[in-house]
Ligand binder design. Structure first.
Ligand SMILES: [Fe+2]
Length: 300
């Protein structure tokens, strides 16, 4: 997997049902859309008509929520075939899903559940990602999820776990900056250290979203504006990772399309200030980053 194999799409938003009519009627300026794969893994009807119309005008990326790459269940061949068929029809710039498990015993629990951060899990998940990539005939991106519990068996930090899997599977990373912020608060680790430890050449996309603050913990609810602290973390990420496609997620209390559009433009303004063109190349972070050597440090 080479980061340069993936196009830079700019600043996009998630394609959500309340905005279908507005997008189809007004064709608003937007760099790209991310679509939830499962919403379009259907035989026909309006969802596919909408996606075809959107795809005619905009680049899209397919983002899944049911791959369950961390599960102990066998990979779902029917799901993978439907995913591959959808990708062949709509030609997304890439396909992503979450570094988690979402079911067991063939049941979908409809939640993004965390994994124990162990070398055994690294090998298990990396092997499954390689299988998925072979089947889809393309590299995929895996996304860090928010979490609220830790496993007693975990021996790696989350960022060591993410890095080890991406390198062993040779896949890309969708780095959700809000999820890092939420999990850093909930588990009392350093979001800055996380950002500074993720391998630069694996990161193809960022997610930004809002969360809700419950005092003792943060919940990844995607129902608020992106908070200032997450914008600051995004700026830090841009300085390290450079030219990375950015996507605004908003899944509940969804505002008018204009609010999403303005949020994407805000991301663009931060990007413009943090990532400056250098000698005709515009993929150089304004502040030089250093790539730490790969080392798996076991937690005490
Ligand atoms: Fe996300």
């Amino acid at each position: 997997m080479k980061r340069s194999d993936f196009p830079f799409l700019g600043f996009g938003v998630g394609l959500r049902r309340p905005h279908y009519a507005h997008i189809l009627e007004h064709r608003p300026a937007m760099d790209w859309f991310e679509v939830i794969s499962e919403n379009f893994m259907v035989a026909g009807g309006r969802p596919l008509e909408v996606l075809a119309a959107v795809r005619d005008r905009y680049p899209i990326v397919m983002h899944g929520v049911s791959l369950s790459i961390g599960s102990a269940d066998p990979l779902n061949k029917r799901y993978l075939k439907e995913l591959r068929d959808l990708a062949r029809r709509f030609e997304p710039a890439w396909i992503s899903d979450h570094l988690c498990w979402t079911g067991v015993g063939g049941r979908n629990l409809h939640d993004l559940l965390p994994l124990p951060y162990t070398e055994e899990t690294v090998r298990h998940v990396a092997r499954r990602i390689r299988h998925v990539q072979d089947f889809l005939e393309r590299p995929i991106l895996i996304e860090n999820v928010s979490s609220y519990v830790t496993f007693r068996d975990s021996r790696l930090t989350e960022w060591e776990f993410l890095r080890a899997i991406a390198e062993e599977a040779d896949c890309g990373i969708l780095l959700d900056v809000n999820n890092i912020f939420v999990s850093a608060f909930n588990h009392r680790f350093s979001a800055d250290e996380y950002i500074d430890s993720v391998p630069v050449q694996r990161v193809v996309q960022f997610h930004l979203a809002g969360h809700s603050d419950h005092g003792t913990h943060l919940l990844d609810t995607h129902d608020h504006p992106v908070c200032d602290a997450v914008w600051n973390l995004y700026e830090r990420a841009l300085r390290r990772f450079g030219r990375v496609s950015t996507l605004i997620e908003w899944d509940d209390n969804i505002p008018d399309f204009g609010v999403l559009s303005e949020t994407a433009e805000h991301a663009r303004r931060i990007f413009d200030a943090a990532v400056r063109p250098v000698d005709g190349r515009d993929d150089i972070p304004a502040q030089a980053h250093t790539e730490p050597a790969l080392s798996i440090n076991h937690r005490a």
